[in-house]
Write a protein of this length. Structure first.
Length: 368
């Protein structure tokens, strides 16, 4: 065995041990229960023990939010916990709270602009309210595990000037939030706060976007970072499904991005775990992600870890009350979004697609 091969084996053994420590309350002394699946990758904080089989037609579903206000966060967490208790079968849930685009105020304090497009909140405030959501969930649910993703995005005119610092500060914020959970007596076996970020080629250039990821991953206490991403402008028919005879080159996407750039964001960091957007009812985005998965497989000889699917049907219903054309062609349901991804991506054994979670976005305006 080569030195590299030995390192990889040892690393995977460590991941399995971490899974048993972090999620030990979900496994028996004899090992993983018959109805559970142990999922582990080369990604930080993930392995995951879940009662959802990767072949199931239904994901573990929980609402996720574009945040417009910070009021009522405990009630939101409690409502989510109560919902999870009522479902009964999954034991692992994912919730993405998108607090808006990165920003630095006139006092040089980092944070985000909420989706009301008026309110600036600091990373310290976000950290506090994440712990409030987690407390609500834990108080109203005594059995399930929540991965609570502290979300931002890579849009905004100021990203180029603050990207690295904001990414680093975001990792610090998530770390502090998890430390607070320990203070409140909420164990990581019940709630783990992670990072999450919505990245789209249409938001900003790849060179500016990747600075945020570099900053985040340079933090010594970084956590998992869930990528809620699109593949704007990428082809849905290249590379071919049949292994090509010659070299595979990255196809061009939108705004100067390439398939290799999409791979870098979703697969190039140990913290990255992909939950792609599948907003289009025609399934085009699922096909784009399938081709990017093939590109990664052919060129990099590894896999993008697809942990779930994101849609925004509920958010579109809210927006269409104000403007009937606001979400035209972007209102895919979670059911169809998930099924499209299963049929176009999971069906290929070369893809590393767990699809444990489904999330549908809604605007949070003070009530679930």
């Amino acid at each position: 065995m080569t030195k590299r091969g030995l390192v990889e084996v040892l690393f995977k053994c460590c991941l399995v041990i971490m899974a048993l420590v972090v999620f030990g309350n979900q496994t028996s002394a004899e090992g993983t229960a018959d109805d559970e699946v142990l999922v582990y990758t080369n990604k930080m904080y993930l392995p995951i023990v879940s009662s959802i089989q990767v072949t199931d037609a239904h994901p573990s579903y929980m609402r996720s939010y574009y945040v417009e206000t910070l009021t009522g966060m405990y009630s939101l967490g409690c409502a989510q916990g109560t919902y999870a208790m009522s479902v009964g079968y999954p034991d692992s849930y994912f919730m993405f709270m998108d607090f808006g685009n990165p920003y630095r105020d006139s006092s040089l304090v980092l944070g985000t602009n909420l989706y009301d497009y008026q309110t600036f909140v600091t990373t310290g405030q976000i950290s506090y309210y994440l712990t409030i959501i987690a407390s609500g969930f834990a108080d109203c649910n005594d059995k399930d595990k929540l991965f609570l993703a502290a979300g931002t995005n890579t849009s905004g005119d100021f990203l180029w000037s603050i990207a690295y610092d904001h990414g680093y500060a975001w990792a610090e914020m998530v770390y502090n939030a998890n430390q607070s959970l320990q203070t409140y007596g909420i164990p990581s076996s019940r709630v783990t706060i992670t990072s999450g970020i919505n990245t789209e080629p249409g938001f900003n250039s790849f060179s500016d976007t990747v600075q945020w990821f570099d900053g985040f991953n340079d933090h010594p206490m970084k956590t998992a970072n869930f990528i809620i991403g699109s593949a704007d402008g990428c082809p849905d028919d290249y590379p071919p499904a049949t292994p090509p005879q010659g070299d595979v080159y990255p196809a061009e996407c939108y705004n100067g991005w390439t398939q290799d750039d999409i791979n870098k964001i979703n697969n190039g960091y140990i913290t990255s775990a992909a939950i792609p957007m599948n907003f289009l009812p025609n399934g085009y985005q699922a096909s784009q992600w399938y081709r990017i998965g093939l590109y990664t497989y052919y060129v990099h000889n590894n896999n993008i870890d697809f942990f779930g699917v994101m849609t925004q049907e509920a958010a579109c219903e809210q927006r269409e009350l104000e403007d009937p054309e606001a979400c035209s062609g972007m209102d895919n349901s979670l059911y169809f979004g998930y099924q499209q991804f299963r049929s176009r991506v999971v069906s290929d054994s070369r893809m590393n697609s767990f699809l444990l979670w489904g999330a549908d976005m809604k605007y949070y305006r003070g009530a679930p």
